[in-house]
Ligand binder design. Structure first.
Ligand SMILES: Cc1cc2nc3c(=O)[nH]c(=O)nc-3n(C[C@H](O)[C@H](O)[C@H](O)COP(=O)(O)O)c2cc1C
Length: 166
């Protein structure tokens, strides 16, 4: 079986999770950033990673996802919001939709620190008003992805592939 990890990452959070997942995939396996990724047609299982931009997978990841047809796929992502939030659930559901027609084996999502430059530039009103709740969430994101996130991502992908062998 030929396994492929493809990830899109602006500031390194999703890259970190991608590399952790890659470690536990069985041979044969390859890992690429989305800009350099080969066609998914050459592989049996594709782990596709994205960072969340405006409530869904970032544009580069989306571009690649749209080229994946009739494959076994696992998705992973990082975002500023909590992984158990409605927002995270909506993100995953939108990515699942993009992968319609594939065999989706599982998914993993965790928080990832938000680029401070972007935070600074965000409007200071509306949904981005700096409430105490929002500050706590952003401060929590600063600690992710951590080693536990990496281990959970590894477990999720191990389980997906075990399902295939048995
Ligand atoms: C331009 C921009 C838009 C973002 N939009 C969202 C969003 O809609 N929802 C969210 O939860 N996080 C959002 N984030 C946070 C990122 O998804 C998060 O920090 C992610 O871990 C970045 O991953 P990377 O280091 O792999 O680029 C946004 C970050 C940036 C820079």
């Amino acid at each position: 079986m030929k396994n492929l990890v493809v990830y899109s990452s602006r500031t390194g959070n999703t890259k970190k999770i991608a590399e952790a997942i890659f470690e536990v995939l069985p041979e044969s396996k390859e890992i690429f950033m989305v800009e350099d990724a080969p066609s998914p047609d050459l592989y049996d299982f594709i782990a596709i990673g994205f960072w969340v931009d405006k409530g869904t997978a970032d544009e580069k990841a989306q571009g690649y996802i749209k080229t994946i047809k009739e494959k076994k796929v696992g998705i992973f992502g990082t975002l500023g919001a909590y992984p158990n939030s409605i927002h995270a659930r909506e993100v995953l559901s939108s990515v699942r939709e993009l992968l319609d027609g594939n065999d989706l084996l599982g998914e993993f999502i965790c928080q990832g620190k938000i680029d401070p430059y972007i935070l600074d530039k965000m409007p200071k009103n509306g949904v981005h008003t700096m409430t105490q709740e929002r500050k706590v969430r952003i401060d929590e994101a600063k600690k992710h992805p951590n080693e536990t996130d990496c281990r959970y991502a590894q477990n999720a992908f191990r389980e997906m592939l075990q399902g295939l062998v048995n």
